[in-house]
Design a protein around this ligand. Sequence first.
Ligand SMILES: N[C@@H](CCC(=O)N[C@@H](CS)C(=O)NCC(=O)O)C(=O)O
Length: 203
Amino acid sequence: MTLEIIGIAGSNFVRTVRLVAEEKGVAYEHVLASPHSDEVKAIHPLGLVPVMRHEGLELSESQAITNYIDRAFEGPALVPAEPREAAQVDRWVAYCATSVDQLLMRQYVIEYVFHKDDDGNVVRHRIDKAIKRFAKIYASLEKGVEGGFLGGDALSIADCFLVPMLAAAKRFPEGEEHLAASPALAAYFERFSERPSFAATAP
Ligand SMILES: N[C@@H](CCC(=O)N[C@@H](CS)C(=O)NCC(=O)O)C(=O)O
């Protein structure tokens, strides 16, 4: 049975999982379903996307899903076999899925897209609070991609976590400015955005 990746196209974590499938060359069906829909709640206890189905296996949590796809299917390994190299990938995945996601997605992009005051304007003080921490996080990512990819010299799952968030933040002024001011990160993003997987998963 075909791998089913379930969730909305605009979710950074759904895009992460789809990027991993695309980069592995794994055929999959993208099933559109909203967070908290019955289909999603049947797999994730809190109704969060992405969730996945494959040959009787139902799985939630993007880190578990990406590792499953990497291990279960043929195609280029997206986590290195060498333990120290794998540790670097694990470290950047954890950092992206927690700290980077919290700041860039939850406290910034979602503020711009979903949270408006009674007049329909963005809540400026909440965005201003988030962008105070941008310099530190973009500097850490700038250093992280110095080997060509995040945490190493080959494409890995870590890149599939980072790129959707950079793309989402770039849609808004401060995200675009901080990316442009980070030369290695901007070049990395430019290179990745030319990959077929990037176009195939665009929201
Ligand atoms: N730890 C989860 C987080 C998933 C997550 O936060 N998904 C968001 C979309 S990017 C969601 O479903 N949000 C709905 C909500 O928070 O109510 C994972 O890595 O899969």
